[in-house]
Ligand binder design. Sequence first.
Ligand SMILES: [Zn+2]
Length: 111
Amino acid sequence: MLIVEMILSREKSHFSAEDIHDELNDRRHVISLATIYNTLHEFSERRIIRTINILINKTIYDRDIGNHIHFIVEDTKLILDAFGKAVLKSPPICPAGMEIAYVDLALQLRF
Ligand SMILES: [Zn+2]
């Protein structure tokens, strides 16, 4: 239940299983990373959170499940929500008989 509470009460939109694990450890709660991953997977399946497919070596989750685009800062791997709907207003043309069910797009930035 504590994991659920921590996920649902997060102010920071983007997080990893390791972030949750670290926060639990800070509160002196010992819960395995496997349990956290299983919970996050279940939440993602139920569309309570969103799994972000980005170009770094760990899975990132998002409390905002609406269609939106992410910026990823190349050096720091900081993930930011991109505001503005320009890409969503004129998406690529889908194959005949299909429609866009979900948008998962990340743009990598550098200084
Ligand atoms: Zn986001």
